[in-house]
Design a protein around this ligand. Structure first.
Ligand code: G1P
Ligand code: ZN
Length: 540
């Protein structure tokens, strides 16, 4: 029944910030997925007889790798797997299932917002029992194991039916196929005022939710249309497709342009939103207003007490370092803790577990709270709806009042994608070497106040993470951040984050408000020279 298969290690299975992410043909190499999954199991202790949650975003290869993972879980001694029907579980829903059923951990199959299909991306990551991504200690152990692995164990279980909800036993292990939406929808109902949102829809409130042919389709259909009574058609592109319909399931102004255009049209609906491939990111566009993720974090934090799940107030707010400082002003006013962490959701885990932060966010369209241990796209959308329903104001009015109270952090991210790694690395190392000479220098009328390479000291476990991004702070509160992406699958991606704090001029156009800073970034870092690009590939 159980086979032990001899294998040889692959040399490229280093888990990145979100686990292992590679092109599909790489994953299709013999024993490739098996090597990684066995390396995960070999790096864990004490899971015999316990439960493993498995689910993915439905992209190409999802079912196949889930089949392998179930057979390997049985052969390695797990007592039970819980798997989403059809192999589907959004990343936040998987986190919830792990927590709710006290599973040992979970395998989440996704390459997030990257395209899917036979020649696109695939990924696997391991989440621990708190529902969050495995910490570095475990991902490092997994990596070490992939370098020496010599065999893996797999059980012959015959055909596995992923499409029928219910429980079967095979190879001594229980396989429970679960409704992927039910537990998640129940969690959302426990946090938000569904009655108030329902009344708002009943009163004619119009919304568009673009699921981008990715995993949140079934969640949005059930929650927005079935439970909250939004008219049919509110959820768009709601059938998950293996290739996301050939699109890039990244909810930004480039890839969700149709939604953006609709929200700025004369007869625009009241509210628009979208989510990414695996459902953890969100895009928020009110009628005639794009809310940047950094602003959204600040506005959600300032109004969270209006939702039943947060009526006791927030314990603290956490944001990734490149995320704008808008939320800091809210934390200050509320008199609660504010934590600045490196890029990547895993750094929020300790703060959430320790009860130091309630709401967290990243500029890359990730927002979430202590309800799960992943960022959560639909959660952010529902919190916005709850706030709109209680305040009975438009998203635009809420944003403008927020800026009047706190001032406005103009913010933009410029991505230089798929540039040669050599040049990108050179840019960073040359800049790093010059950091201490920058303070006091004047660039385009701006004076550098401080410059460093961000290091994070985790207040909970004392761990230190260095070289997390270069920060150049200017007098007056403006800021540039430069860092290399840890999630790209080809070449390097340079990210430039530009921020200007403005207490009074609240209605400037963002890119022109940031023009001097963008010029200063070029002068200081020599982006053109090092990357060979004269403009970014994506501006968000
Ligand atoms: C990107 C985002 C980061 C996010 C990560 C995973 O990482 O910038 O905020 O946590 O994807 O979704 P990066 O490619 O910048 O390393
Ligand atoms: Zn994602």
């Amino acid at each position: 029944m159980i086979r032990t298969v001899k294998t040889t290690p692959y040399t490229d299975q280093k888990p990145g910030t979100s686990g292992l992410r590679k092109k599909v043909p790489v994953f299709q190499q013999e024993n490739y997925a098996e090597n990684f999954i066995q390396s995960v199991f070999d790096s864990l202790e004490g899971f015999e007889g316990k439960t493993l949650v498995i689910g993915g975003d439905g992209r190409f290869l999802n079912r196949e790798v889930i089949g392998k993972a179930i057979r390997m879980a049985a052969a390695n001694g797990f007592g039970k797997v819980m798997v989403g029907q059809g192999g589907i579980l959004s990343t936040p829903a998987a986190s919830n299932v792990i927590r709710k059923y006290k599973a040992f951990g979970g395998l989440v199959l996704s390459a997030s917002h990257n395209p899917g299909g036979p020649h696109e991306d695939f990924g696997i990551k391991y989440n621990i029992g708190n529902g969050g991504p495995a910490p570095e200690k475990i991902t490092n152990a997994i990596y070490e194991r992939t370098k020496s692995i010599g065999e893996y164990r797999i059980a012959d279980l015959g055909a596995i039916d992923l499409d029928t909800v219910g429980t079967t036993v095979a190879g001594g292990m229980t396989i429970e196929v679960i409704d992927p939406v039910k537990d998640y929808a129940a969690l959302m109902e426990s946090l938000f005022d569904f009655a108030a949102i329902r009344a708002m829809f009943k009163g004619g409130f119009r919304m568009r939710f673009d699921a981008m042919h990715a995993v949140t389709g079934p969640y949005a259909k059930e929650i927005l249309e079935n439970r909250l009574g939004a008219p049919e058609g509110t959820a768009r592109n709601f059938v998950p497709l293996e290739d996301f319909g050939g699109h890039h399931p990244d909810p930004n102004l480039v890839h969700a342009k149709e939604l953006y255009d609709e929200m700025f049209a004369p007869d625009a609906p009241d509210f628009g939103a979208a989510s990414d491939g695996d459902g953890d990111r969100n895009l928020i566009i009110g009628r005639q207003i794009f809310v940047t993720p950094s602003d959204s974090l600040a506005m959600l934090a300032a109004n969270a007490h209006l939702a039943p799940g947060y009526k006791a107030g927030l314990k603290g707010i956490a944001r990734s370092m490149p995320t704008s400082g808008a939320a800091d002003r809210v934390a200050e006013k509320l008199g609660i803790g504010m934590y600045e962490t490196p890029t990547g959701w895993k750094f929020f885990g300790n703060l959430l577990d320790a009860g130091m932060a309630t709401i967290c966010g990243e500029e890359s369209a990730g927002t979430g709270s202590d309800h799960v241990r992943e960022k959560d796209g639909l959660w952010a959308v529902l919190l916005w709806l709850n706030i709109l329903a209680v305040r009975k104001e438009s998203a635009k009015a809420i944003a403008e009042k927020h800026w009047q109270t706190y001032g406005r952090n103009y913010y933009s991210r410029h991505d230089y994608e798929e540039v040669a790694s050599e040049g990108a690395n050179r840019l960073v190392s040359e800049l790093r070497a010059r950091l201490s000479s920058l303070p006091g220098t004047k660039v385009r009328g701006l004076t550098v106040a401080a410059a460093d390479d961000f290091a994070y000291h985790d207040p909970v476990d004392g761990s230190v993470s260095e070289n997390q991004g270069i920060r150049i702070l200017f007098e007056g509160g403006s800021r540039l951040v430069l860092r290399l992406s840890g999630t790209g699958t080809s070449g390097a991606t340079l990210r430039l984050y530009v921020e200007r704090y403005e207490p009074e001029k609240l209605d400037l156009e963002t890119q022109s408000a940031l023009a001097d800073l963008i010029g200063a970034a070029e002068d200081i870092a020599g982006i053109r020279k090092h990357t060979g690009r004269d403009k970014p590939s994506v501006i968000t």
